[in-house]
Design a protein around this ligand. Structure first.
Ligand code: KG4
Ligand code: ZN
Length: 370
């Protein structure tokens, strides 16, 4: 049910509060695609840095303080008011429950007072559909979601139609970066600091494990790697800058190798399942997608396997309100919204995209990153 070209665009206000970003955005959708009208993100990184990870109680309090102002800023930046919106979309899970309650209740209140439809959005669905906003890609495609809370390979077949092909059975990838950084005395958030240190290091000094490499399943495991890093660091004793750089380089090499193995298998499986899709796409999302070594490897892998590599701009890979607004619009267009359901919806800290997939620690869970 695409909008006709002569119809005005549909417009949504999106609210995101599931972890440590308070975010809101206004997004439009028409027959040609999507357009971000405003996008405001207030990060809580500074509040959590001293603790080496996200503290749920602090996050919830920060969302209470910030959400109304961030929503007002998104509308202001767009030069629009609530009355100009066609719908309100708010993240309802998975994530830290305190933040979800704040965001969803704000969304419900705004929808109620304005009489607009409400979408209770799955945060993972919002990540999964972002590439359709930025690049207008068609279904089906593969998604690699690598953030502080998730590590998943997902087949995206349509709005609301997801198959989880792989997930982590222990730590999320961003969490593995953050824990490694903490162990080596590098500041939070660890990912960028590990990447920076790795540039100076010798990856060949340590031979860290590549958990699950070579197995048929597409799952991930990072806790064995974390243990190997800890043992290497302990064996050296007080670490010099050179030691830290070498450990970071070897750690990142193990990650890159593992991702290439898992994702390579997923691309092959996609070709087998959808031989008719001429130019399939691999979409990457989540904060870890900022890592240059990981991006370069995925780009190369896609090139060799006839896939397009789609990495939305960094500010849309990490948490934001635009992806939530867009997911709401996609649901509205697909006829999947039901106001009674949305208003009755209780936030879910655990909410897998693929409800049929076997529950695992890393699937559909989004919690503290440390
Ligand atoms: O998606 P995100 O901003 O927040 C959520 O977890 O939802 O991802 C944050 C994660 C952190 O674990 C951070 O260390 C990691 O992404 N990260 C990176 C890099 N930049 C951020 N990991 C590896 N290399 C990076 N350059
Ligand atoms: Zn996220």
């Amino acid at each position: 049910m695409l909008q006709g070209t002569d119809r005005p665009p549909l417009r949504a206000l999106g609210i995101e509060t599931s972890c440590d970003e308070t975010a809101a955005a206004v997004v439009e959708m028409d027959a040609q695609g999507g357009r971000i009208v405003s996008n405001v993100v207030l990060s809580q990184v500074a509040e959590h840095a001293a603790f080496g990870g996200v503290v749920p109680e602090l996050a919830a309090r920060a969302h209470v303080t910030a959400t109304d102002g961030v929503v007002a800023a998104a509308l202001d930046e767009a030069g629009l008011t609530l009355a100009d919106m066609d719908m309100i979309a708010a993240t309802a899970g998975p994530g830290l429950i305190g933040g979800l309650i704040v965001g969803l209740m704000t969304g419900k209140a705004l929808a109620k007072v304005s009489g607009k439809p409400l979408a209770a959005v799955n945060h993972l669905e919002a990540h999964a559909l972002t590439a359709r906003l930025t690049d207008g890609i068609d279904f089906p495609y593969l998604l690699l979601l690598v953030s502080g809370g998730h590590t998943q390979i997902v087949l995206v077949q349509g709005v609301g139609r997801y198959e989880r092909w792989g997930t982590t059975i222990d730590d999320a990838l961003g969490e593995a970066f953050d824990k490694t950084a903490k162990l080596l005395g590098l500041p939070y958030p660890g990912g960028p600091n590990v990447e920076r240190a790795a540039l100076q290091g010798d990856a060949g000094r340590f031979d860290f494990p590549r958990p699950l490499k070579g197995t048929d399943r597409l799952d991930f495991s990072f806790s064995g790697l974390k243990t190997a890093v800890r043992q290497a660091a302990t064996a050296i004793g007080p670490l010099g800058d050179g030691d830290v750089a070498d450990i970071c380089a070897a750690f990142q090499a193990a990650i890159v190798d593992t991702l290439a193995d898992r994702v390579g298998r997923a691309l092959a499986a996609f070709h087998t399942r959808f031989p008719g899709v001429a130019a399939p796409a691999l979409v990457v999302a989540g904060g870890v997608a900022a890592n240059r070594a990981i991006r370069a490897t995925l780009l190369d892998l896609c090139g060799k396997n006839g896939f397009r590599f789609i990495a939305p701009p960094m500010e849309l890979c990490t948490d934001n309100g635009a992806m939530v607004a867009w997911a709401g619009l996609e649901r509205l267009r697909a006829g999947l919204l039901d106001d009674a359901d949305a208003f009755a919806f209780a936030p879910r800290s655990r909410w897998p995209l693929d409800e049929a997939a076997a529950p695992m620690v890393g699937s559909g869970r989004r919690g503290a990153k440390a």
